[in-house]
Write a protein that binds this ligand. Structure first.
Ligand code: ADP
Ligand code: MG
Length: 258
């Protein structure tokens, strides 16, 4: 962990990384991008200490892109994913998602946009243990005022799309790790969100199963989904089409790889 290398200016000073004359000029946000971030800072207050988890991150993600965000532990990946997924707001900077300025939203607006725009996939699946696969996938629809017959139908289709049509009545403990993650992916997609956002989605899976999940992401990308995978594993990142490397809260590299 490299907390010691993080810039920690006195609270009275505006945080800076480079002197103003060395900073590249910042373009205004790109209204054609699905995601557009400009000079995003995230600072956590730890007692009297400030931890700058992100130091002025700027980038754009067009609709339909398949992108990996890679970096070592503590580099700011989860912080960035929480901002992208509207689970949190930046300390400063602008974040536009699908034409809306998320950085100025209050908690209610944030919850609404998160429901509409983002499907989450987590390392530990986060399924309800006592609920069937079908019920787990239906959950995001319960808040949307959709009839129960229609919810069933949508959840069944989402499960079929991840090749689990024959497992709808199984509970998580009756499924393998890879199948559980596929249920979580069906749940993430059932609302037809703008982004599929996955934080270390293969972190709890063996290599073979990890590759099956990455095959599924590739297929979902081919079907038009925008996918963002956060990972610390090089071989997982290598499956994306663009790789953004972050270190100590800054973008270090941003490359198209296919
Ligand atoms: P990663 O996901 O890449 O491991 P994180 O985004 O979790 O990194 O953390 C980035 C930095 O911010 C780390 O130095 C971490 O200790 C710090 N951090 C993350 N969350 C908090 C928090 N809630 N409060 C204080 N510091 C935090
Ligand atoms: Mg993390």
């Amino acid at each position: 962990m490299s907390d010691a290398t993080l810039v920690t200016p006195p609270a009275s000073e505006a945080p800076t990384v480079l002197p103003a004359q060395q900073q590249p000029p910042l373009q205004p946000h790109d209204s054609n991008s699905l995601i557009s971030m400009r000079n995003i800072w995230k600072t956590y207050q730890m007692g009297s200490e400030q931890v700058h988890a992100l130091h002025g991150v700027s980038f754009d993600i067009p609709k339909g892109e398949y992108i990996a965000i890679i970096g070592p532990s503590g580099s700011g990946k989860s912080t960035l994913m929480n901002l992208i997924g509207c689970l949190d707001t930046p300390t400063s900077g602008e974040y536009w998602l699908n034409g809306k300025n998320v950085s100025e939203m209050d908690d209610d607006e944030l919850a609404r946009i998160r429901n509409q725009e983002v499907g989450f996939v987590f390392q530990t699946f986060n399924l309800l243990a006592r609920a069937t696969a079908l019920h787990n996938v239906e959950l995001p629809l319960i808040y949307g005022g959709i009839s129960s017959a229609q919810r069933h139908e949508m959840a069944k289709q989402a499960l079929a799309a991840v090749d689990l049509a024959d497992r709808v009545t199984h509970r998580p403990n009756e499924l393998s790790g890879g199948q559980r993650q596929r249920v979580a992916i069906a749940r993430a997609l059932v609302n037809n969100p703008s982004i599929l956002l996955a934080d270390e989605p293969t972190g709890a899976l063996d290599t073979h199963t990890s590759m099956e999940i990455m095959d599924l992401f590739e297929r979902l990308h081919g079907e038009g989904n925008t996918i963002i995978v956060v990972t610390h594993e090089q071989d997982i990142a290598a499956r994306a089409h663009r790789v953004v490397s972050i270190r100590d809260g800054l973008i270090e590299k941003d490359e198209k790889i296919r």
